[in-house]
Design a protein around this ligand. Structure first.
Ligand SMILES: NC(=O)c1ccc[n+]([C@@H]2O[C@H](COP(=O)([O-])OP(=O)(O)OC[C@H]3O[C@@H](n4cnc5c(N)ncnc54)[C@H](OP(=O)(O)O)[C@@H]3O)[C@@H](O)[C@H]2O)c1
Length: 356
């Protein structure tokens, strides 16, 4: 029996967070036990929890009724294995629960890793079921694991978002406006978009303007109360990571039909998300796996991996100077960091990494 623990949060009140302990029974044939090692915690994980029911994020790592395990990204090591090709001690990057361990049922095992073929994950978006073996991953660098823990899934989204915009000639926009511009996902997208033919404008909270300007990846940075400084004569696309209803309404009113495209990418502003978020005439929801599927068809899997690796290797040296990694260890640190990130107000320079 292996002693395990997990952090479970109340689905209807994400600030209820408790540590549960459990002894795991021996593995069945076909199963592998992963020991969760190092994970990141950002606003993205809060969004998974907020959208846990509607986007089925709670279904990846089932918990007792009314409770959920928050999905996290990071590294895990194989603690026990009944599967050939998945060796004890090997290290994988992937989607992990807020817990010390995860039992997976690997299929499609190859030199790059495996997919969890557990029945309850079969209908869930496939990119979340992939576990990449560190030894064959072109983006892996043992000295930069923390950057991978924090940025890899976010940068994938940024990469796909920037690609979708250029793939569609920016939907006719000459100006690209990103909200929650201080978030990692937004500034990574700005990093990729800047200099690509359209102006890149960041919208952020007044307290985060200086940080966001300092990154140097936006042409202009405005606070949320300066939306009127956007050029009302210029075709504009709004890439909305904040999900803030008030900001969205101001932008729609100020730009009118010059707002040629709106894309809802995130909902960091949990307390002002309006029900009309998706009701605009040009509004689409951005879901990275959709563009990923398109590019797999256009470029093949190898071509997509190579394009991503090239962008990643350009981004990583830049981002090293933009983030201070804050480390925590163990269940209580995971719980307190969850509550801190959930409450907002984390300095955008900080990136929380936890050793489980
Ligand atoms: N669609 C997709 O496929 C996809 C994939 C990845 C990420 N995303 C989304 O992108 C968003 C950003 O994620 P991230 O991990 O990059 O964020 P992050 O780096 O942790 O972002 C921190 C920033 O988010 C804002 N924020 C966070 N919590 C807040 C709160 N409680 N109240 C008000 N503002 C808050 C603040 O920015 P400001 O002051 O600048 O507003 C803060 O500086 C998330 O909603 C995430 O789910 C979407």
């Amino acid at each position: 029996m292996t002693q395990t623990w997990s952090l479970a949060v109340g689905r209807d009140d994400l600030s209820r967070a408790k540590i549960l302990e459990r002894a795991l029974p021996p593995l069945d044939e076909g199963e592998v036990l992963l020991r969760v090692d190092r994970v990141g915690l950002t606003a993205n994980n809060v969004t998974y929890a907020m959208l846990g029911e509607s986007f089925r994020y709670w279904d990846f790592f089932p918990a007792e009724p009314g409770w959920g395990h928050v999905p996290l990204w990071g590294f895990a090591e194989v603690a026990e294995s009944t599967v050939d090709g998945v060796e004890v001690g090997s290290r994988y990057y992937g989607y992990l629960p807020s817990a010390s361990h995860l039992v997976v049922r690997p299929n499609r095992v190859d030199a790059r890793g495996f997919r969890d073929g557990s029945a309850h994950r079969a209908e869930l978006p496939s990119p979340y079921n992939v576990y990449a073996l560190t030894t064959n991953d072109p983006t892996y660098d043992a000295d930069r694991e923390d950057l991978m823990v924090l940025y890899r899934p976010l940068f994938y989204t940024s990469f796909m978002l920037a690609d979708r915009l250029s793939d569609n000639d920016f939907f006719g926009a000459k100006s690209l406006v990103l909200s929650s511009a201080s978030s990692k996902t937004a500034y990574a997208a700005a990093f990729l978009l800047r200099g690509g033919g359209a102006e890149v404008v960041g919208l952020t909270s007044a307290r985060n303007v200086a940080f966001t300007q300092g990154l140097g990846c936006y042409d202009r940075v405005l606070s949320y109360d300066a939306v009127h400084e956007l050029d009302p004569g210029m075709e504009t696309a709004y890439l909305d990571l904040a999900g803030n209803a008030t900001t969205r309404a101001s932008i729609r009113a100020h730009l009118g039909d010059r707002l040629v495209h709106e894309s809802v990418v995130g909902v960091t502003h949990q307390d002002d998300v309006g029900a009309e978020a998706l009701s605009g005439p040009r509004t689409t929801v951005f879901f990275a796996p959709d563009q990923m599927r398109k590019r797999k068809q256009d470029w093949g899997r190898e071509g997509l991996d190579a394009a991503f690796a090239e962008a990643w290797h350009r981004f990583i040296p830049a981002v090293e100077g933009w983030v201070d990694v804050v480390e925590g260890q163990g269940p209580e640190a995971l719980r307190s960091t969850w509550l801190e990130v959930l409450a907002g107000g984390v300095d955008p320079r900080q990136g929380h990494v936890l050793t489980v």
